[in-house]
Design a protein around this ligand. Structure first.
Ligand code: ADP
Length: 446
């Protein structure tokens, strides 16, 4: 096991990593930007190091600053959390060159899977169904049109380096496809420095269901079941639950096996997520997220497996602490993302000081957050400020607990997504489990 690790992130996930490391008896070093100076979660680390100004480009995204901090603090490993440098293969490679373990897959695995067009090819080669579309990158707009005619419109142009819903464009006919092709390339070049795009058939409001996997360096990979993430606004998840109301036992088994096949083919070590779109009984691979995800707690609630601890263990060379046939799933869990955003102003960020804060409590409730009354939400970062996670014996019980917890939750001084989440959990289609990625557009004028 490592002696000392550095947490290269901020906010709730930095706190989550600090807690896991502390329970494992591992010393911690937290880095922070000037925008997070004095944040109380930093007090939980054994050592803290300022890595630069508030702007993340010069701090949480700065490879030289983080590597220097790691060298000064003499750590064995770096946990990147999610976002920032977590899926940056160059960062993972620099860690290795500096003799620091990167808590995540190897840079070779990250390069292979981080390129979505390549990941599709790998999936296809291992009999993991993919959304119909191009074989690799598109050479030009003519090729896009040819493929679209073969599969039928609408189609989706996607950036191979894409993420966070950026670099995607829907096209309904030849003309809009030619435009979408050029726009997506330009957007991908400026956002990701890689203009490569490919085309997929645009499915009609599928469900988004993903499989959590984790692998060790001894060749074992297991899956921990699925997460249903179809409640999305502009391709961004708002609520996640497990188990998915849409999966049969047979689909769950097939998707789990497909995810493991793909992970093994990529020599995957660490925690990861294999994302699929689901239509009826069919599932189609879309991409791998080679990191811990925001919504990992719901899997922890139903399996009682601490994914962060497991990630740190396997990165240090230990074997997975559990075998596939010993994984058990209990009850139902739902997570909602509480963002500092104003739903009445097109979800514009709403930074500022939290004047009053009362968190819900009682049976079945977990809150992953670094905020409290008096905390000032800085304007520089992602607007996620808290995750409310509930667990119940079954789906209806979990929904009831979530309703009550959201009603108890008081966050004043800034605007949050809590009022919208309260409506979502009371929507009759949500309550029935009858929803897909078109749900928010259908029921909410946002
Ligand atoms: P990103 O990496 O940018 O988040 P993803 O490939 O994970 O992009 O897709 C994000 C979301 O976009 C999915 O959850 C789904 O709602 C939608 N989506 C992606 N591909 C398709 C498709 N082929 N047809 C319909 N919807 C899609």
């Amino acid at each position: 096991m490592f002696q000392r690790i550095l947490v290269a992130n901020r906010g709730e996930i930095a706190l989550r990593i600090l807690r896991a490391a502390t329970e494992l008896g591992v010393e911690t070093v937290a880095v922070y930007s000037m925008g997070d100076e004095g944040a109380p979660y930093l007090d939980l680390a054994d050592e803290t190091i300022c890595i630069g100004p508030a702007a993340s480009g010069a701090s949480y995204l700065s490879i030289p600053s983080i590597i220097s901090a790691a060298e000064v603090a003499d750590v064995d490993a770096i946990h990147p959390g999610y976002g920032f440098l977590s899926e940056n293969a160059a960062f993972a490679e620099t860690c290795r060159e500096s003799n620091i373990e990167f808590i995540g897959p190897s840079h070779e695995t990250m390069r292979l899977l981080g390129d979505k067009a390549n990941a599709r090819k790998l999936a296809q080669a291992h009999k993991v169904p993919i959304v119909p579309g191009s074989d690799g990158l598109l050479k030009d707009e003519k090729e896009a049109v040819k493929i679209a005619e073969e599969f039928g419109y609408p189609v989706l142009i996607k950036a191979t380096a894409g993420g966070g819903g950026r670099g995607m464009r829907v096209a309904h006919n030849d003309m809009s496809l030619v435009n979408a092709f050029h726009q997506a390339r330009a957007e991908a070049q400026s956002a990701f420095g890689d203009a490569g795009v490919y085309v997929e058939k645009y499915l009609d409001n599928p469900r988004h269901v993903e499989i959590q996997i984790i692998g060790d360096s001894h060749g074992s990979v297991i899956h921990l079941g699925e997460r249903e993430c179809s409640v999305q606004r502009r391709h961004q998840k708002l609520l996640e639950e497990t188990p998915s109301p849409a999966l049969t036992r047979d689909m769950r088994k097939k998707m789990g096996q497909a995810a493991i096949r793909l992970a093994k083919a990529a020599k995957y070590v660490g925690a990861g997520t294999v994302e699929f779109l689901v239509e009826g009984k069919h599932f189609y691979f879309i991409e791998v997220n080679a990191r811990i995800q925001v919504e990992h707690p719901i899997t922890e609630m139903v399996t009682s497996i601490d994914l962060l601890k497991e990630q740190i263990r396997v990165a240090s060379g230990e074997k997975l602490s559990i075998e596939q046939n010993r994984v058990r799933w209990h009850g139902h869990s739902i997570e909602v993302r509480i963002n500092a955003e104003d739903p009445n102003k097109d979800f514009a960020p709403s930074p500022g000081t939290i004047s009053r804060y009362i968190a819900p409590g009682g049976p079945g409730i977990r809150i992953d957050t670094h905020i409290f009354g008096g905390y000032r939400v800085p304007p520089h970062y992602d607007s996620l400020i808290a995750k409310l996670i509930v667990h119940g014996p079954d789906r209806q019980a979990a929904i009831r607990t979530l309703e009550r917890a959201l009603d108890e939750y008081v966050i004043e001084g800034i605007k949050t997504t809590i009022p919208l989440l309260r409506e979502i959990v009371r929507n009759s289609y949500f309550v029935k489990g009858d929803y897909n990625t078109g749900f928010i557009d259908e029921f909410f004028q946002l």
